[in-house]
Design a protein around this ligand. Sequence first.
Ligand code: AMP
Ligand code: MG
Length: 287
Amino acid sequence: MDIGKYEIGYKSDFKLSDIKPNQTGQFDSKEDAEKQLVKNVERMAELQSILYAQDKYSLLIIFQAMDTAGKDGTIKHVMSGLNPQSTHVHSFKQPSAEELDHDYLWRASKNLPERGMIGIFNRSYYEDVLVVRVHDLLKSQQIPEEFITDNIWKERYRQIRDFEQYLNENGTITIKFFLHISKDEQKKRLLERIDDKTKNWKFSAADIKERQYWEDYLRNYQETICETSTKQAPWYVIPADKKWFARLLVSEVIIKSMESLNIAYPAISKEQKQVLKDCKQKLLKEK
Ligand code: AMP
Ligand code: MG
């Protein structure tokens, strides 16, 4: 699949409206996409096993989206074949008192994947240029006033770019997904959460309130994506009205990114090969 179409360039003139949330690439059937996803899940497991054995790189996968866009479902389905021992999912909620007592990247740093591991952020430090900006939450945090200026968002974009570059130069590869749904599809999904008893638990009246800020969020997402999409840590805008397409595309991007690392199982030296041979003989000689 041509994933380049969904990768956004740094400071490009990309408009979110250029990517239609209901598109499904060259796939017209859910069945074909699901078959491909099963294969992709297997391939991801193979690559993960090499990543873990090599123990040098780590992979950080960030999911951002409007409510109901399918972050949880995508994480569940796309990551279903991964080894839980080398995968770590962290969800970012409203910051706690302890978290607010630190700079905004602190809680992200604490939850970064170790070498060899895959870390998944369900929301992330990007909330600090999104929800915090839309709802003007800076003043309720403990940042010294002199730093709260009109430049703060540009400064945060730079801080985030620097942070991700720092991670990259130390072996952590970052991939960022924006699951892009339409406002109509969100309405449909919210109604389902109200009408379907098994989905009632997912419904939050706060989501209806957030919906009123739709245009504000999209404006900020667009700016954020353009300002923080870099070669080392690209953003992918994933059409997400069709869940099956979103999941497939996410898995394709993850595979391509891991393959581009050229990771391999650690090479074994002559001496180690001899040790393996000797041990095998010993085992085979056992009565
Ligand atoms: P959910 O993902 O539905 O569990 O909701 C988590 C909530 O936490 C969302 O409404 C986010 O906007 C909110 N949240 C996450 N990070 C922050 C942050 N840094 N400041 C304020 N709210 C946040
Ligand atoms: Mg929610």
